[in-house]
Design a protein around this ligand. Structure first.
Ligand code: BJW
Length: 250
């Protein structure tokens, strides 16, 4: 812990990259691994434009189920700890998660790479406002113009929002320290971000109970859950920052 906390306390700029494991302790299932299946289907079969064209009702049933889980969920101690890291450093949270929990925990600069599950948009791009309740009254839901609505998320084969990707690349290039939490690091371009940080000489810390393609490359790979490790990290960083400040003013 000591070296990791020191790296954070001395960094001016930090990247926090999160994936589904970050929200697991808020009761939101991950995509891969145990509990990652929905009615025996893999996410790769559902999170695609082809699946939506083939069977919009099936895809919307999955999203309606997940929207309900997200609406009922709350940020856990790990989300709150990430928000606390902002005191004293320029922190950008880049998340692959679509649940909005980082913002709800108080993180101020949050980049949502894969959209937000509680938003929907018209497939005909008619511009009507999205006022779809968390539990849609009809499946598949329709826009006021009559066209199908779709979840405002990024599916496989779709480009990521340009402004979000630009901000994520900037943060990865500027970071002196990168914290990578709860992602299997198999989905691109998100999985390229920690590589950029590593190549620029950043200290890279992984927090994940399982090993991933990052584990052998990271400066530190911590085999713990987000909810167990991050609150201790935030406390250790705050203690170091306070100590540094006291030494400066003594
Ligand atoms: C814990 C824990 C605890 C458990 N604490 N940890 C090379 C370069 C670029 C692209 C590609 C490439 N090769 C292939 C591609 C294409 C594709 C891709 O990456 N495919 C791979 C599968 C090979 N990428 C794309 O298609 C992307 N688009 C793109 O590249 O566009 C190019 C383009 C340009 C111009 C025109 C057109 C196209 C889009 C990717 C979109 C991904 N979408 C999804 C669904 C989002 C919406 C939704 O939520 O429904 O995003 S798929 C799904 O995977 C979701 C996730 O964000 C993403 C990543 O998953 P994540 O977060 O890592 O979760 P898991 O479940 O995999 O892992 C959880 C981890 O947590 C595990 O490691 C656990 O151990 C751990 N864990 N409990 C801490 N308590």
């Amino acid at each position: 812990m000591t070296g990791i906390a020191e790296a954070f306390a001395s960094a001016r700029s930090a990247l926090v990259l999160t994936g589904a494991g970050m929200s697991a302790e808020s009761g939101i299932p991950t995509f891969r691994g145990p509990g990652g299946l929905w009615r025996d289907r893999r996410p790769e079969e559902l999170a695609t434009p082809e699946a939506f064209r083939r069977d919009p009702a099936l895809v919307w049933e999955w999203y309606a189920w997940r929207r309900r889980r997200v609406a009922e969920a709350a940020p856990h101690a790990g989300h709150l700890a990430i928000a606390r890291l902002e005191a004293g450093a320029d922190v950008t949270v880049v998340t692959q998660n679509v649940d909005g929990l980082h913002r709800r925990a108080g993180s101020r600069r949050v980049v949502e790479l894969h959209g937000n599950i509680l938003r929907a948009r018209c497939t005909a791009a008619c511009g009507a406002p999205d006022d779809l309740p968390a539990d849609p009254p009809e499946i598949p839901p329709r826009c006021a113009c009559g066209a199908l609505l779709r979840p405002d998320v990024v599916w496989f084969g779709e480009p990521l929002p340009e402004d979000a990707m630009g901000e994520a690349l900037r943060a990865a290039g500027a970071a002196q320290v990168a914290l990578v939490v709860g992602t299997s690091s198999v989905v691109y371009p998100a999985a390229a971000l920690w590589r950029i940080a590593l190549e620029r000489g950043a200290t890279v810390v992984e927090v994940n109970p399982e090993s991933t393609p990052l584990s052998d490359l990271a400066t530190w790979s911590v085999r713990e859950t987000a909810g167990s490790f991050l609150p201790r990290l935030a406390e250790a960083v705050a203690a170091r920052r306070t100590g540094d400040e006291e030494r400066r003013t003594a």
